[in-house]
Design a protein around this ligand. Structure first.
Ligand code: NAD
Length: 290
């Protein structure tokens, strides 16, 4: 059976490293790094995500603030809050929890966050920096996946990596980070040979079978079956799906019978994503100081 890649345990190690660095900064007389979370409306999943992110901040000694606005908040009002947070020197990172209510244009809001506090790395300036191999922040979920592999001693360089999903939040930036050449400016790059598959892909099963590292980020419960996986492959499950009130990933647990290693859901990529959010907030605090 596959080795379990325990994101939850790796995330604890990363959070402890961050806590140490934060304590060092505070001992030097600096403010603790601070993350402002903005939540609009009452989406239950979003409320859980934001609560977990804030809890992790507190555990690592970062400040966190929640701005919970009602569902009927106007775009103008939300923009005003973002501008206030952009100006606030105690706020190093700004997180606008998606999805936003339909009457608000997400793109407009994400562009309003100053790129220097854009710890999710959704602003086009930061996307461009990542694209050209000079990342300022790396988007949290792809960064978490790379760290998960690295800290499990799984080599990516030269490997055939197949990514299922092409979203701006997960699949697309992950593909970039996986394919790029590592450098001083971009030390976490994967140096892998990357294939991206998506809703329009033909022969998806055959493509998956070629993967030495298979990463599923599509949001379809148990989509990846054992027949799609090459024996000995490493499989990372980014999916978070709720089936009859139970959490499950995009990978069928039977894959554990053929894969060499598999990340669980829950307790896999989710906690890594949060750890990388803290990492980015700490980095933002360092940037602001200079
Ligand atoms: P999305 O809906 O924006 O994108 C899904 C992608 O999967 C699309 O590119 C689509 O082409 C592809 N896809 C969908 N169905 C497919 C199919 N049948 N065959 C092939 N490709 C298919 O989703 P997203 O935001 O990228 O999230 C993907 C999953 O990851 C979701 O379950 C989400 O909840 C989860 N997620 C987890 C974390 C985390 O921290 N673990 C973070 C973000 C998203």
């Amino acid at each position: 059976p596959a080795r379990k890649i325990e994101g939850i345990r790796l995330a604890k190690v990363i959070k402890a490293e961050i806590a140490l660095e934060v304590a060092r900064r505070v001992a030097d007389g600096k403010h603790p790094p601070g993350l402002a979370a903005v939540l609009v409306g009452e989406n239950p999943a979003s409320q859980v995500y934001v609560r977990n992110k804030r809890k992790a901040c507190e555990e690592a000694g970062l400040n966190s603030w929640l701005h919970h606005l009602p569902a009927d908040t106007t775009q103008e009002e939300l923009l005003k809050l973002v501008h206030t947070l952009n100006q606030d020197p105690k706020v190093n990172g700004i997180l606008v929890q998606l999805p936003l209510p339909k009457h608000i244009d997400e793109e407009t809001i994400l562009r309003a966050v100053t790129p220097l506090k854009d710890v999710d790395s959704f602003h086009p300036e930061n996307v461009g920096l990542l694209m050209t191999g000079h990342p300022r922040f790396m988007p949290c979920t792809p960064f978490g996946v790379l760290q998960m592999l690295k800290r499990s001693d799984i080599e990516t360089a030269g490997k055939r990596v197949v990514i299922l999903g092409r979203s701006n939040i997960v699949g697309k930036p992950l593909a970039l980070m996986m394919m790029q050449k590592p450098s001083d400016a971009n030390p976490h790059a994967g140096d892998a040979t990357v294939t991206v598959a998506h809703r329009g892909t033909k022969h998806l099963k055959e493509i998956c079978q070629q993967a030495e590292i298979l990463i599923a980020a599509i949001g379809v419960p148990n989509f990846v079956t054992a027949q799609m996986v090459q024996p000995g492959a490493v499989v990372i499950d980014v999916g978070i799906n709720s089936v009859n009130g139970k959490l499950c990933g995009d990978v069928d647990p039977e894959v554990g019978e053929v894969a060499a290693a598999l990340s669980p859901v829950p307790g896999g990529v989710g906690p890594m994503t949060i750890a990388m959010l803290l990492q980015n907030t700490l980095k933002a605090a360092t940037i602001h100081q200079t």
